[in-house]
Design a protein around this ligand. Structure first.
Ligand code: SAH
Length: 407
């Protein structure tokens, strides 16, 4: 094994012993990194991910990447960004050397299809840039990272994957829920609330909008069938020794709950936890039981991103409300409890390094100033030929409809 590693290492060196990367220039050997950045808390970023974020030429990121993490990518001259929603537009005056481009969903703007994202990464990589495709959690867990890898490898690029802490373990452990626990849960299953087989080529995981030319009635039927598939699978995967963790499961939660109870797969008092924006300063947790969890998330108005935990291991969380415990269940009228900010870590930034990346925020691919500026370094005109927001809006008007899928 060691031999193999040595041989690989020597392949990466040129005759002067210098890593080829340094001598690469604009060739197919340019690296593309698929980087997971964990569930949101910047302290949960890996050192590898941090290093790549601050040295990348281009960062393509989506909605699940927290603003605090994006701040590391921005050049030291652009430190005025706070950790709330609209990171874009605030930093266009920055003088970095690289670009950061949001490729997720933003209301009122064109939502890139998966194919368009592939093309964008390819164009930047072809232009010789070191590209970081930054994703929430782990890039290969319900993140469509696998498809991006396949596509780029087919085009001859060396794609390196940097693992991230997936929401199940990051959000679960932070909330004190052991995914497995001797005598309580012998296994944990990661599931998705959505199996969008038909549309999966067109939409990004964790996004809400996808475009289609099919008739609304057909699509509705197709969606329902696929949702049923996901729900059925959750039921098959359930047993009292297993912790179920459901990604993108809010929309299908009422059906999942109903089936789990109908089929007798789980007891109605099985503890449940729904966590919105886990590990971030906006985290909200709802503890309940299987019987009431759907009602609870609606009452608490939880929204995406929310992760669901179902199973006895939830009861082991130090935050689990005693009124929901088995002993108190019959006497208590409590159905659920919402917890907000109780675990806020004032020292969270102490766990994280200084900012100092070289990227500047490009609010949209059609942002002219950024285009001109970046083109000087790298880019071909073709890169920017994707449809503009205006083109896309007129396309939406004439196409049959925009389909909303809940997560
Ligand atoms: N690759 C990601 C998952 C992408 S799918 C990972 O490994 O974690 C998107 C779904 O992940 C969301 O709809 C939500 O269910 C879950 N999720 C991701 N980050 C989350 C967070 N911080 N809090 C709660 N749920 C989260």
């Amino acid at each position: 094994m060691l031999e193999k590693i040595r041989r690989r290492e020597s392949k990466n060196m040129n005759s002067n012993g210098i890593d080829r990367e340094e001598t690469r220039g604009k060739s197919k050997e340019t690296k593309v990194y698929l980087v997971g950045c964990g569930p949101g808390d910047p302290g949960l970023l890996t050192l590898k991910a941090y290093h790549l974020i601050v040295t990348a030429d281009v960062i393509l990121y989506d909605r699940l990447v927290s603003p605090e993490i994006l701040e590391y990518a921005a050049s030291a001259t652009t430190n005025s960004v706070s950790s709330n929603d609209s990171y874009d537009n605030k930093n266009n005056s920055s003088e970095g050397k690289g670009l950061m481009l949001f490729v997720g969903k933003r209301s009122g703007f064109h939502t890139r299809t998966q194919d368009e994202i592939h093309d964008l990464i390819l164009e930047f990589a072809n232009a010789g840039a070191t590209v970081v495709r930054l994703k929430g959690g782990d890039p290969l867990v319900f993140g469509r990272g696998g498809e991006e890898c396949e596509f780029l490898r087919e085009k001859g690029f060396d794609v390196k994957v940097i693992p991230g802490i997936t929401a199940a373990s990051g959000v679960g452990s932070s909330a004190g829920v052991p995914l497995t626990h001797r005598g309580v849960a012998t296994s944990a299953r990661l599931l998705t609330g959505h199996l969008m087989k038909k549309e999966k080529k067109k939409m990004d995981a964790g996004e809400n909008v996808t475009l289609s030319s099919e008739s609304p009635a057909d699509l509705k039927k197709e969606e329902e069938k696929e949702e049923e598939g996901a729900v059925d699978f959750a039921v098959t995967a359930a047993d009292s020794d297993t912790t179920l963790i459901i990604y993108m499961g809010l929309g299908t939660l009422p059906k999942t709950k109903k089936k789990l109870l109908q089929e007798g797969a789980l007891d109605k008092r099985t503890p449940c936890l729904a966590v919105e924006n886990g590990t971030t300063l906006k985290e909200r947790r709802v503890f309940s039981t299987l019987e009431y969890i759907d009602e609870a998330v609606v009452d608490a108005q939880l929204q995406s991103p929310t992760l669901l935990f179902i199973g006895d291991a939830v009861r082991l969380s130090p935050y689990f409300p005693q009124a929901l415990s088995k002993e108190n269940f019959s006497s208590s009228s409590m159905r659920w409890e919402l917890q907000v900010g109780q675990d806020e870590d004032e020292n969270r930034m102490r766990h994280t390094p200084e900012r100092g990346g070289k990227c500047r925020i490009m609010s949209d691919i059609n942002d002219l100033t950024s285009r001109e500026w970046f083109s000087k370094n790298f880019i071909s005109e073709k890169l920017f030929s994707l449809p503009s927001a205006d083109d896309e809006r007129s396309k939406e008007r004439s196409s049959s409809r925009v389909v909303q899928t809940s997560m």
